[in-house]
Write a new protein. Structure first.
Length: 255
């Protein structure tokens, strides 16, 4: 499996030389061949529902919030947890694309290194996002959504903290997989030649557009963050620090 390269920082404890895959699944994604066209198509099919609803949920978040909090929470759980999780399960079961393939291989004995990378990524995320969003917010006089995720947070401290953890963790895990991990597999292993430029551009643009309801400044700020996140992932080839950094940045935003 390609995550067991000699220069890999993390590997999969479940991986062995025989490449354990479910019945009917493709063999090892790489080694040495690129992705089969069917697997490449499967990645697009798996990412489309999640990225689609993240692009469109700005249209229904505010009406749902005003009409029914139950409906709002149901839609949010469906969008940020159920749909992406179902797509990842489908990719693993039908096409043998497992977490290690998109950056979530098990890491042994590298907790200090991962912590350092997480802190580095957190600083990089904040620096690449906050000044850009603030600058363009003033320049464009851009207004955000009338109802934001901060507005739906409970006032009671314990409930507030639990909801903040849910928002931050679900976004960190599934957005990093869908915007960084799987696109990396698609662009870097899915063609006759790796396409790092297309990976960075497409991922960053989609990540920025997913935040359109918060204003043009948020699109530009999150797109800039996406560029640096992709560049970092190309270097370290593990999503764990990016997930940790995404979680930290979101938690700070909610507190």
């Amino acid at each position: 499996m390609y995550w067991r390269r000699t220069d890999a920082r993390c590997d999969s404890s479940a991986a062995d030389e025989s490449d354990r895959r479910p019945p009917g699944a493709n063999a090892s994604l790489v080694n040495p061949a690129r992705l089969r066209p069917s697997v490449r198509t499967a990645i697009l099919i798996a990412t489309f529902p999640t990225l689609g609803v993240l692009l469109l949920n700005g249209f229904w978040n505010e009406p749902l919030y005003r009409a029914s909090m139950t409906g709002f929470w149901f839609a949010d759980g469906l969008t940020h947890v159920v749909v992406p999780a179902a797509m990842l399960v489908w990719l693993a079961a039908r096409h043998g694309i497992n977490p290690a393939d998109y950056g979530l291989a098990a890491c042994r004995g590298r907790s200090g290194e991962l912590l350092g990378l997480t802190l580095l990524a957190s600083a990089l995320f904040w620096i690449s996002y906050k000044p850009v969003a603030t600058f363009f917010g003033h320049l464009l006089q851009s207004e955000g959504a009338l109802v934001t995720y901060v507005d739906v947070m409970p006032v009671q401290p314990v409930a507030h903290s639990l909801v903040a953890v849910y928002f931050s963790l679900s976004a960190a895990v599934f957005e990093e997989i869908m915007y960084r991990g799987l696109p990396h597999v698609y662009f870097m292993r899915g063609w006759s030649a790796a396409r790092p430029g297309m990976y960075v551009i497409c991922s960053a643009v989609l990540f920025g557009l997913a935040h359109w309801e918060n204003g043009a400044h948020e699109i530009l700020g999150t797109a800039c963050l996406g560029v640096f996140a992709c560049a970092l992932y190309l270097k370290i080839r593990t999503l764990w620090p990016l997930i940790g950094a995404h979680f930290i940045v979101d938690m700070v935003s909610f507190t």
